[in-house]
Design a protein around this ligand. Structure first.
Ligand SMILES: Nc1ncnc2c1ncn2[C@@H]1O[C@H](COP(=O)(O)OP(=O)(O)OP(=O)(O)O)[C@@H](O)[C@H]1O
Ligand SMILES: [Mg+2]
Length: 416
């Protein structure tokens, strides 16, 4: 089968994402700046979608349909409007429709407080297969996908994240780092510079180079970027803690947050950053033999953990019930969204995959109130439209069936 021509053309910039006209000045003067919302979405060869097109208004979007219909795939497409590997942490090749070649495209027109913007992304057709994600902004190629963070923060909750408090520290660290990107778009570049230097150091150590000046250079980069990464994490966790402490008691329990990492700890103890940088560099140099034997870098900011606990109960999140863990996570995601709104004036797009199904009616109503109060567009999925009945006309409804989209809920019996 030949690929739909929109896939390469969107990436090449001749497709759906040309520059969007700004609102007329007279209209703009009378209205508050719009909050982030997807107004048009086009997919080509993305997952099970051959192509799909949606015109939307700023209200919350409710996606309903049976298992395997394509609800999570649609949220994943939107998650690619932010830097990174999307909500499934997929490779570019995995997101391409089976049997349709390596190229896919997601294009969107969005409202943002800075004005309308057209974003397009997909594997770069000119780069070796799957090696680079191309990004176009208002029709022009962006140097890197980190440019997306200037326009939009996308935050999500998926069923896979139910194990966030029980699983490896890396999952919680990545969760935190994504939160930090929302406050400091340069954080993503620093994290990847640190990881790149670390991989190179690990490679040299595996080759038995223990005293090379090249290693010192890499350790210097790791110390500089590592301390910057740790400082940004510490700053955001402190702000989140303060925002959570100030908020009233709501339907979702307050999470207590703490960072567990030597570098973060040293910065929290107010040691000067340069001193912490030197200490990290010395520590890395001292550990060369240990790390060579282990085949990994055994300590550093890439090992930091985010400890979460249920503040009212004083119990670590991993010791809480399944429902309590889910509620803590929702509380954390909402706290982050509110803090972004307060600090940067721009709440994130929120993607809530199968969240409503786990909540009782009172908590579901509280969630709906919270997302409506946030004001940015929130996408919610479920197999049962009745779960979202309380939203009624306050949301827009899309039925998903075998990767085709149509307006209205799929509920049976239909909603009153
Ligand atoms: N690269 C791909 N190419 C083609 N189909 C794919 C690809 N990746 C996933 N799929 C298929 O897409 C379908 C829809 O998946 P999706 O996760 O979006 O369903 P869902 O509506 O969220 O279902 P559930 O309610 O079970 O969570 C699945 O049947 C899956 O096998
Ligand atoms: Mg799903």
């Amino acid at each position: 089968m030949t690929a739909p021509s929109v896939a390469p053309s969107v990436v090449a910039g001749t497709g759906a994402e040309e520059a969007v006209p700004a609102r007329s000045p007279a209209l703009a003067a009378t209205l508050p700046p719009p909050l982030p919302a997807v107004r048009r979405l086009d997919l080509a060869n993305f997952r099970a979608y051959v192509d799909a097109h949606l015109d939307l208004d700023p209200r919350p979007v409710v996606l309903t349909g049976p298992n395997g219909a394509g609800k999570t795939n649609l949220l994943e497409a939107i998650s690619f409007l932010a830097p990174g590997r999307g909500l499934r942490r997929a490779s570019l090749a995995e997101a391409a429709r089976h049997g349709a070649g390596p190229l896919w495209a997601v294009a969107a027109r969005l409202d943002t407080p800075g004005g309308p913007v057209a974003l397009g992304t997909g594997p770069d057709p000119d780069a070796p297969q799957g090696s680079r994600r191309a990004v176009r902004i208002n029709g022009a190629a962006a140097a890197s996908q980190t440019a997306l963070a200037e326009f939009l923060t996308v935050s999500w909750l998926t069923p896979q994240m139910d194990r966030l408090f029980l699983g490896p520290a890396g999952d919680r660290r990545r969760f935190l780092d994504r939160i930090v990107y929302g406050f400091d778009p340069a954080h993503a570049g620093r994290v990847s510079a640190y990881e790149q230097a670390m991989r190179e150091r690990n490679r040299l150590l595996k080759q038995g180079m223990l005293d090379d000046a090249w290693l010192s250079g890499l350790e210097q980069v790791m110390a500089e970027t590592g301390v910057a990464v740790a400082a940004a994490r510490g700053d955001v966790v402190a702000r989140l803690r303060a925002a959570i402490a100030q908020a009233g008691e709501g339907a979702f329990p307050k999470p207590d947050l703490a960072l567990a990492g030597a570098t973060e700890g040293a910065l929290a103890a107010r040691r000067p950053a340069l001193e912490v940088e030197d200490a990290l560099k010395e520590d890395l140099a001292r550990r060369r033999r240990i790390d060579a034997a282990a085949g990994v870098t055994t300590d550093g900011p890439h090992r930091t953990d985010l400890h979460v606990s249920h503040a009212a109960k004083g119990v670590a999140a991993d010791q809480c019930s399944t429902g309590e863990q889910k509620a803590l996570l929702i509380g954390l995601v909402l706290a982050n969204a509110r803090l972004l709104a307060a600090d940067r004036g721009v709440p994130p797009l929120l993607l809530l995959d199968e969240v409503a199904a786990h909540l009782d009616a009172a908590r579901r109503a509280a969630l709906f109130d919270a997302v409506l109060a946030l004001g940015s567009q929130v996408w919610m999925t479920g197999t049962d439209a009745l779960l979202f009945e309380a939203l009624g006309e306050r949301a827009q409804w899309i039925a998903v069936h075998q990767s085709t989209l149509s307006p209205g809920p799929t509920a049976s019996p239909p909603l009153a």
